[in-house]
Design a protein around this ligand. Structure first.
Ligand code: NAD
Length: 309
């Protein structure tokens, strides 16, 4: 069997056309979706992400507001900025870039976000709705992984719903923003879901779970963690890891995932590469949530107008 390399860039191109169309339809109805990001400090990865979102928003025809505070800004200043964006009509969705400085609480800032504008699904109300299988917004990275997986299953002639309902999904990594939402999206698709984290690894249990999986989704932040030995032939492997490694002695930086791509490729049914897999789809999923936020607001305001006319 030839292993399929799931092409995230090709899928992202199609998705970009779809989201551009959704944005155009909103603009034609008088609403331009707008994303605001909040950067506190000057973390390199956050700055790179901020620049990328600014570009993708422009390509899709969305407004973009990039707010920045110095690294010594207080928690109260950060909360006040988020409150201002909550009230700003031009802003449909707000993303607080991480990491925040240690003296600014993630939890306090996340709770300040107005849930209707919480397009990355970090507010407890939205996270709770995701847990109940009634998500208002799906966080962008897990959304991208499942969008790619759903697309691959359909393109390879399977009914995704039927496939998931008889499949074992193993999620490696259990963070609030990636691993846990991946589990919930698997459960929402009626899959049998097993969650592994660093404790499963230390206990030596990773293999016993991944070797029974039909799909392995990996988001651990450990380069090359999942190897050919972790999977059986026919497994579909989705790699969400993004790690910068340096080849010695030249020291050139390159991006790798959490999966040993060459080894796994020799055994799996299909695998997503890094770069070029989940990554290119992620920003589009976030901007799609921004368009959805704008659309919900439009519906609410026209409902209100009908009620008051
Ligand atoms: P995190 O550090 O918050 O969480 C990592 C999780 O992996 C934890 O649950 C931890 O217990 C688990 N883990 C760590 N070592 C492990 C091991 N040896 N075996 C099994 N589990 C282990 O990281 P995160 O924010 O969830 O990010 C995970 C990866 O996903 C990173 O590589 C990150 O760069 C990447 N990421 C990608 C995107 C994207 O757009 N594709 C977005 C966010 C994060």
């Amino acid at each position: 069997m030839v292993t399929e390399v799931i092409d995230g860039r090709a899928y992202a191109k199609d998705l970009q056309a779809t989201v551009t169309d959704e944005v155009s339809q909103l603009v034609a109805r008088g609403v331009r979706p707008g994303l605001a990001t909040v950067l506190v400090g000057d973390d390199d990865a956050a700055l790179v992400y901020e620049r990328r979102l600014r570009r993708v928003a422009a390509e899709l025809g969305c407004d973009y507001v990039g707010e920045a505070l110095p690294g010594d800004a207080s928690e109260a200043d950060t909360v006040a900025l988020v409150e201002r964006l909550n009230a700003e009509p031009r802003v449909s969705g707000v993303l607080v870039l991480r990491p925040l400085p240690a003296h600014v609480s993630d939890t306090v800032v996340q709770r300040t976000l107005y849930p209707a504008k919480d397009v990355e699904c970090v507010h407890p109300t939205n996270a709770g709705m995701l847990m109940m299988g009634r998500a208002r917004y799906v966080p962008s990275t897990p959304a991208a992984a499942f969008a790619l997986l759903d697309h691959y299953l359909a393109a390879s002639g399977r009914d995704p719903a039927e496939f998931y309902s008889r499949s074992n999904l193993v999620v490696v990594g259990r963070s609030d923003n990636v691993g846990r939402p991946l589990m919930l999206l698997g459960l929402a698709r009626d899959a049998t879901v097993v969650s592994c984290d660093v404790h499963s690894y230390r206990a030596g249990h990773l293999y016993q779970h991944t070797l029974r999986a039909d799909v392995v989704l990996v988001a651990a932040g450990v380069p090359g963690l999942v190897t050919a030995e972790h999977i059986r032939p026919g497994t579909i492997v989705v790699d969400l890891g993004i790690n910068v490694v340096r080849d010695e002695p030249a020291g050139r930086a390159r991006l790798v995932g959490d999966v040993d791509f060459a080894g796994v490729r020799a055994k799996a049914e299909a695998v997503t590469p890094v770069p070029g897999g989940v990554g290119p789809v992620t920003d589009l999923c976030l901007l799609r949530n921004v368009a959805s936020a704008a659309s919900q607001r439009l519906q609410n305001s026209s409902g209100l107008a009908r009620m008051t006319s």
